[in-house]
Structures are given as structure tokens and as C-alpha cells.
Ligand binder design. Structure first.
Ligand SMILES: [Mn+2]
Length: 400
């Protein structure tokens, strides 16, 4: 039996308003024949199917188009919700998709047994605990008046209990199969990129890999976009997003993980690279330096390269600002599309300083960064740390 692990498709994602639908289509055009020729029996998608809780109509179309192609293959699909997904949106067609041998677990279920999927094929038995992204309320009973640190500890303890109950359920009901646990969460030891939403308070609520107690035969994680093994020995892996979703992922080699079973044991784990649909590039320096680098850029990929430009100039002047704006708007190289640009000055004119560098798009600023900037401007405030902690709690409650 062969299992393919992927995650974080983020259908509908735009990179600084540039639609990445073509990138995903190229991934799907590669994935479908791969599943067919390699005879993949089970496809696991560990969360963040969509980029938005309320996907656009074109995002839905892309999702159903790929599902339609997948159901024509003899491959069992297991899809879980991530922090970007709305459980209700993913679950809405659940029963219909079930009729096509697609299991969808949008969010935490009433009972743990509902998360278990038992797949038997060619004399092999695979047991999947399809754990979706777990919301705070799924794992923690909020206690009024507690401190921030204890809440984090509570989330961690809650996750630990949750996953150990999953292990116990497996041991009590299915102990002879190959056991895969899916999850969409931050497991400590992983390095993050810009595009993972600041959920569960960044890194602080990360859990240790030991939480899995070495019981699953493979842990198929989603949430972190950079592919990585958290534990080689215990087979705990992030397969990463199939396409680059932010400039911080520009160097990542994207992959899917393929697990081959023999006699209900792991026979082989393959890291299969995904062909790169486009380059994301960053150019930094003075305006002249950036101009030169951009003109020299000559790499060709199936899709247009997307550029981030960061211009640092010595002294602030209107003339430099205008030159920068003209440069950005003229798009100096046909192989490149500038999607993100920023201008900053080492020496500011007195009084001209503003909260963010010129060219900073409000979409690039997280709510937390915006709040911190606002606090910086309120010089008379003394309890800023408390305010930050309270603001973090609000963001967390709202799932932002
Ligand atoms: Mn994600």
C-alpha cells in the first residue's frame, strides 16, 4: 500500500494580490498523473485546503475540479481542516464526498471514533486518525482571570491529553494496522515562514514531538509550509505546502511524502520533489543597485517570476520617492512582476517619520504589529506588556 502525504494547498491564495491559482493548477497537473503511475492508494491532505474561511467561487471551482480528477483514480482521499479553513465550509459537502470515497473532517468531532478511518487493501491495513486543526475551545476550558502563561500551558496540556487519547483509542480498537496520525498544529523544532497565520500565539504554544509518545507509525503534519522532519526515528513529518506562498519560502524545495507499506510496516519513505512552477525573488539595495539586479535577471520558469523589492536610500527626499514610484510602476523586466515593494531611508527628515516604511501595504502588517506600533506612539502608557497580552488573547479568541 502506498500513501501520499500533502498539506497546505491554500486554494484561493493571493501573494500580495497576485493570484497563485496557476501555481496550484500546475501542482495538480503533476499530482494526478503521479498518483496514477505510482499507484498511490491513499491521499492525505493535512489541513489548510483553502486559504480563506470563506473561499471565493473560483477557489471552490478549483477544489471540486481537482476532487473530480482524483475520484477517477483508485485512491482513497482523507482531507482535514486547517486553521485557515472553516470547518463548516469543508464539512458542508461531507456526505456527498463520502459517496465518492472521500473522507472530510473539517473540525473537531463529537467523539474521537469519528476521526478514525480504516483502510484495507491488498491485504494491508491502514488506520488513520484524521485529526483536524484543534481550536482553543476543543482543547481547553477557559478559566477567567488566569495569566497568559498558564493559558499557554493549558493549551499544551490539552493537546497532550487529546493526542494521548487518540493513541489509546487506536490501541484499544485497531492495534494491528499501520497507524497514521494527521495533525495541523505547531510541533516544536520546526522552522516557520511568513505565511503561517500567527495562531496559538506564534511559537509559544508549540508542543513537543514527544507528545505523540512514539506510538503512531507515521505522523502526517500540516501547518508549517517548509517541508521538514521533526523526528526521523519516529517518522514525524511536515510535508510543507506544495507551492511557495510567501517570499520567505522562496528557497524552499517543495515536496510530497510517499510512504510504502509492506506487511503493515513502513517499508520506505520517499521525499518526492515537486517541479517548481515559478521563482520568487527578492532584490535589495539602493534604487540603482536594485534596478541593475532586476535588469540582469534572466531565469525562466513556467510561470512569471514574482519579485519583492526592498530599496534602502541614504537621505529622504521627494525626488527619490518619485524615482522609486516610477521604477515600480514601469516593471523593468518582462520576466518579472513586482508584487511587493518597499522604500526606506537611513536618515529621516525630522517630523516626517511615520509608523511604517513607505510602500508598506496594510496587508503585510499583522494585527499584532499594528497594535505594537500604535502602542509605541502612546508614550504615556506604562502597562504596554499587559495590553499586548490582552490583545493577543483577543486575536486568539477571534482566531486571527
Ligand atoms: Mn497553512
Amino acid at each position: 500500500m502506498k500513501i501520499l502525504h500533502t498539506s497546505d494547498w491554500h486554494i484561493g491564495k493571493q501573494l500580495h494580490k497576485y493570484d497563485l491559482a496557476d501555481d496550484l493548477n500546475l501542482f495538480f497537473d503533476w499530482l494526478i498523473p503521479y498518483i496514477k503511475t505510482e499507484v498511490i492508494d491513499v491521499l492525505l491532505v493535512s489541513g489548510d485546503i483553502f486559504d480563506q474561511a470563506n473561499p471565493s467561487q473560483s477557489a471552490f471551482k478549483q477544489y471540486y475540479d481537482v476532487l473530480r480528477q482524483l475520484v477517477q483514480l483508485d485512491c482513497k482521499l482523507i482531507i482535514t481542516g486547517g486553521n485557515h479553513d472553516s470547518a463548516a465550509v469543508l464539512n458542508a459537502p461531507k456526505e456527498l464526498l463520502n459517496a465518492f470515497d472521500i473522507t472530510v473532517i473539517g473540525g473537531a468531532t463529537e467523539t474521537l471514533s469519528e476521526l478514525f478511518v480504516d483502510v484495507e487493501k491488498n491485504g494491508e491495513r491502514l488506520v488513520v486518525a484524521a485529526v483536524p486543526f484543534l481550536k482553543d475551545r476543543d482543547i481547553r476550558k477557559s478559566v477567567a482571570g488566569e495569566t497568559y502563561a498558564t493559558k499557554i500551558e493549558q493549551i499544551k496540556a490539552g493537546l497532550q491529553i487529546y493526542f494521548s487519547t487518540i493513541n489509546t483509542h487506536y490501541q484499544n480498537h485497531y492495534s494491528d494496522g499501520f497507524f497514521v496520525v494527521m495533525g495541523h498544529l505547531f510541533v516544536q523544532g520546526s522552522s516557520v515562514s511568513e505565511s503561517e497565520r500567527d495562531i496559538q500565539i506564534g511559537n509559544q504554544a508549540g508542543v513537543e514531538a514527544s507528545m505523540f509518545q512514539g506510538i503512531p507509525d507515521y505522523v502526517a503534519l500540516g501547518h508549517i509550509h517548509k517541508p521538514q522532519a521533526i523526528s526521523e526515528e519516529e517518522h514525524i513529518h511536515y510535508c510543507g505546502s506544495p507551492i511557495s506562498l510567501s517570499f520567505s519560502e522562496k528557497e524552499d524545495e517543495k515536496q510530497v511524502n510517499v510512504i510504502t507499506l509492506k506487511d503493515n510496516q513502513l517499508q520506505r519513505l520517499e521525499i518526492v520533489p515537486i517541479p517548481k512552477p515559478r521563482n520568487l525573488v527578492a532584490f535589495e539595495g539602493s534604487l540603482e543597485e536594485v534596478q541593475q539586479q532586476m535588469i540582469r535577471y534572466d531565469q525562466e520558469t513556467p510561470l512569471l517570476s514574482l519579485a519583492e523589492i526592498i530599496v534602502n536610500e541614504e537621505t529622504e527626499s521627494l525626488e527619490r520617492r518619485q524615482a522609486f514610484e516610477a521604477f515600480v510602476s514601469e516593471q523593468p523586466n518582462a520576466r518579472l512582476q513586482i508584487v511587493k515593494s518597499r522604500l526606506s531611508f537611513s536618515t529621516k527628515i525630522r517630523g516626517a517619520s511615520d509608523a511604517f516604511a513607505v510602500g508598506t501595504d496594510v496587508a503585510d502588517v499583522t494585527p499584532m504589529q499594528m497594535f505594537e506600533k500604535k502602542l509605541e506612539l502612546q508614550v504615556e502608557l506604562e502597562n504596554t506588556e499587559e495590553l499586548k497580552a490582552a490583545f493577543r488573547d483577543i486575536l486568539q479568541e477571534l482566531n486571527l
